[in-house]
Write a protein that binds this ligand. Structure first.
Ligand SMILES: CC(C)(COP(=O)(O)OP(=O)(O)OC[C@H]1O[C@@H](n2cnc3c(N)ncnc32)[C@H](O)[C@@H]1OP(=O)(O)O)[C@@H](O)C(=O)NCCC(=O)NCCS
Length: 184
């Protein structure tokens, strides 16, 4: 079935959203200006902003917020109520006391690499890369890059251990993010 035919009255999906094949979207979802890859599932009460890109075969669980500047590669799992951030020093008004516009701040991007999983209730600060096949524990606050295959948890998130080798392709030197601080 064409995804656009599945839409109920309780979805807001702007005309500029690029949807792949067989995308499944639940009710109370708000999408605008974003790209969603084929077969990806988007749970209830999810918002995805303009400029965000979600890959193929991803699961985005209910109540999650994905903002402008976030790139999610293929086969990524995002739990419930995960929040991404793209403005490190947010302000409502500019120096003149007027509501800020896009000219008043700069988007900081975030990359979630193929096969990664983000646990429910996590907050992902801006300008971080979550490596391939990494797992972010529930309730984590991720402030730094997460290496491929790492399991991280806590606030701020720290490496607990590494999981089994990833079935996805080997990383090149350029793809490996800067390591985060290890638990002592
Ligand atoms: C992070 C995670 C993968 C670790 O799993 P695990 O390796 O089996 O870890 P364990 O349960 O053996 O716990 C090991 C230690 O880490 C702690 N821990 C586990 N998960 C944690 C988390 N999310 N945050 C902080 N500490 C955590 C445990 O309390 C335990 O501490 P201890 O050694 O002092 O007793 C898992 O706990 C998790 O959070 N998964 C995400 C689940 C999720 O959000 N799913 C979404 C869909 S429902």
């Amino acid at each position: 079935m064409d995804t656009r035919q599945q839409r109920g009255l309780c979805q807001s999906i702007a005309g500029d959203v690029k949807l792949g094949e067989d995308v499944k979207i639940y009710n109370f979802v708000n999408l605008y200006g974003c790209e969603i890859g084929s077969r990806t599932k988007i749970g209830a009460f999810v918002e995805i902003q303009k400029g965000a890109k979600i890959g193929t075969d991803c699961k985005i669980s209910s109540h999650t917020f994905i903002c402008e500047g976030v790139i999610v590669e293929d086969q990524v799992f995002i739990g419930h109520q995960v929040v991404f951030i793209n403005d490190r020093y947010p302000r409502a008004a500019n120096g003149a006391g007027q509501l800020q516009t896009e000219a008043d701040w700069t988007v900081e991007s975030t990359l979630v690499k193929r096969g990664a999983s983000i646990g429910s209730g996590s907050v992902i600060l801006c300008s971080v890369t979550i490596g391939e096949n990494a797992i972010v524990g529930a309730g984590s606050v991720v402030t730094k890059n997460v290496p491929a295959n790492a399991i991280v948890a806590g606030n701020p998130a720290r490496i607990m251990r590494y999981c089994e080798a990833s079935p996805v392709h080997e990383q090149t030197a350029q793809e490996v993010p800067e390591p985060m601080i290890k638990l002592s």
